[in-house]
Design a protein around this ligand. Structure first.
Ligand code: NAD
Length: 505
């Protein structure tokens, strides 16, 4: 079994593969006191980065994307060593980042271009109003361990594209992949606007204290602490937090498709995915058929790290213990495990894929984030009951609805309190890089990436108001006669009331 590495500033640690206990590599932790100096270096380099403009930065990001593509095998190899993932799970990360980068290098110039805004009243159009998107100089990105490439770069690419410098604090459990990603940035000839701070809580806090914006991904409990710390300097935050994503299977669903999706959605990356399927509500008429199909699929899964396996190890013994606690609690309260139900004996932090039935909301497996390979399935009598139970959660990240009637599924989707819903699929909203992705309730604040919003969030808005001609400027100044001022205010009142008067009739 592996445990979280001891993090001691000025020291280095050995990172071990959670699947085998073998050494994955060494990391040198950052002294929290050094973070101010690192941030100052980034701040100095950022001025030139902003001045290159979107077009200039897009070229650099494009070169980085090419480096990532060419080094995919090396990155995935390290990912497997550092996290104990299966090869198929490790293979998901770089392509997602390439897709995001490709989208942003194509669209960033337009997304960041100044907007011209019309005047509210025609007679004010003597002014030319332009809204500019100016980058926040240093963006601190605090990342979790479950997707060391995706969770770091999904945010870093957007911030860099926006013209910010990025100070990345990877999880102390997965620092090695981040070192390789930084090497790639340097090897692709990019300027020094990306740096790492390696460590745990203390280093994170120093990153928060030295950044102009914080993008945090991690648990909801830590997210609250991050926001509290950032509030000391009124630093804005964007939080991507935990989830307890529900899936609803309606009686007219393609049950086979729903079962395949549920099993992959729950077991992918050993269940350690923020948007994994954490609980399923199935209409009673298709419940037995769905459960049989799920159990059949789960029995065919191969657990183990690297090639030839479907999903790999949990990150450490702590994560195995959470999964164990949720399953034991459910069974003690009357649930049945149709598969698995226990940790795997032998080396590595593995937990058997576990399908739970006869579950309800008195059980932790239905209400708390498990982040392990479990699939609790609950029978429901009606769509209303499914919607009520799906919304009965402090979380609201995403959800899935299965029905052959897509319009009906879409109508159910809009009754769910969460940031994204997939119809007849799971997790696919993460691939939709043109739309914002973010959670509701305790699953997050702000959207994480996607669309022009994914770049503009890293910017401060600067509105510049300039005269179209120099005629008529200075209407309110003291040197103008009170009579002229009165006339102007009367005219403004009359003009501003034309539309409300018409509409109020
Ligand atoms: P975590 O909250 O324990 O840690 C996340 C990061 O915060 C790490 O880098 C950690 O060093 C740092 N940290 C820890 N204590 C801190 C403190 N007091 N102040 C500032 N920083 C601190 O989360 P984790 O265990 O690494 O990751 C798993 C969690 O992340 C799950 O809840 C999962 O749902 C969530 N997650 C969410 C998304 C999303 O997009 N919504 C994506 C991936 C993971």
């Amino acid at each position: 079994m592996t445990a979280t590495p001891e993090v001691d500033a000025r020291d280095s640690s050995t990172i071990r593969n959670p699947a085998t206990g073998a050494v994955a590599g060494q990391v040198r932790w950052t002294d929290p006191a050094d973070v101010t100096r690192i941030a100052a270096g980034l701040r100095a380099a950022q001025t030139d980065w902003e001045a290159r403009g979107a077009k200039g930065r897009a070229k650099v990001l494009a070169r980085y994307a090419v480096w990532l593509g060419e080094h995919r095998a090396e990155i995935e190899d390290l990912l497997i060593k550092e996290t104990g993932k299966s090869a198929v799970d490790a293979a998901q990360e770089v392509p997602l980042i390439l897709m995001i980068t490709s989208y942003y290098v194509r669209t960033m110039e337009k997304a960041l271009a100044p907007d011209s805004r019309p005047a509210a009243l025609p007679f004010l159009s003597i002014k030319k109003i332009t809204v500019h998107y100016r980058p926040r100089p240093v963006v601190g990105i605090i990342a979790p361990w479950n997707y060391p490439v995706a969770n770091a770069l999904m945010d870093a690419i957007g911030a860099l594209a926006a013209g910010c410098a990025v100070l990345l604090k990877p999880s102390e459990r997965t620092p090695l992949t981040a070192e390789l990603l930084l090497r790639g940035w340097q090897d692709s000839g990019a300027p020094e606007v990306l740096a790492l701070a390696q460590g745990a809580r203390e280093v994170s806090e120093a990153v928060i204290d030295n950044s102009d914006f914080i993008q945090f991904t991690g648990s909801s409990a830590t997210g609250a602490k991050v926001m509290e710390r950032a509030a000391r300097r009124l630093t804005p935050v964007s939080l991507e937090l935990g989830g307890k994503d529900p899936m609803i299977v309606l009686e007219d669903a393609d049950v086979e498709l729903a079962a395949h999706a549920a099993v992959w959605g729950a077991m992918f990356n050993a269940g350690q995915t923020c948007v994994s399927v954490e609980r399923v509500y199935v209409l009673e008429s298709v419940y037995d058929q769905f459960v049989d199909a799920v159990v059949r699929d789960v029995k065919n899964l191969k657990m183990g790290a690297g090639e030839g396996n479907d999903f790999g190890a949990l990150i450490d013994d702590g994560q195995v213990s959470v999964t164990e606690r949720h399953v034991e609690d459910a069974i003690a309260k009357g649930a049945k495990a149709l598969t698995g139900g226990e940790r795997r004996n032998g080396p590595g932090s593995f937990y058997e894929p576990t399908v739970l039935v006869d579950v309800d909301h008195s059980m932790a497996c239905m209400t708390e984030e498990t982040f392990g390979p479990t699939l609790p399935i609950m029978k429901v009598k009606s769509v209303e009951e499914a919607v009520r139970l799906a919304n009965d959660s402090p979380y609201g990240l995403s959800a899935a609805v299965f029905s052959k009637d897509v319009d009906r599924a879409k109508a159910v989707a809009l009754q769910l309190d969460c940031g994204g819903v997939n119809v007849n699929d799971v997790i696919s909203n993460l691939m939709c890089t043109t739309a914002p992705m973010g959670g509701w309730k305790t699953s997050g604040i702000g959207a994480r990436f996607g669309g022009p919003e994914g770049l503009r969030k890293y910017c401060r808005v600067e509105t510049v108001v300039a005269p179209r001609t120099n005629v008529g400027a200075g209407g309110n100044y003291y040197n103008n006669s009170p009579k002229a001022l009165k006339r102007m205010n009367t005219m403004m009142t009359k003009l501003a009331l034309i539309r409300p008067r018409r509409m109020a009739k």
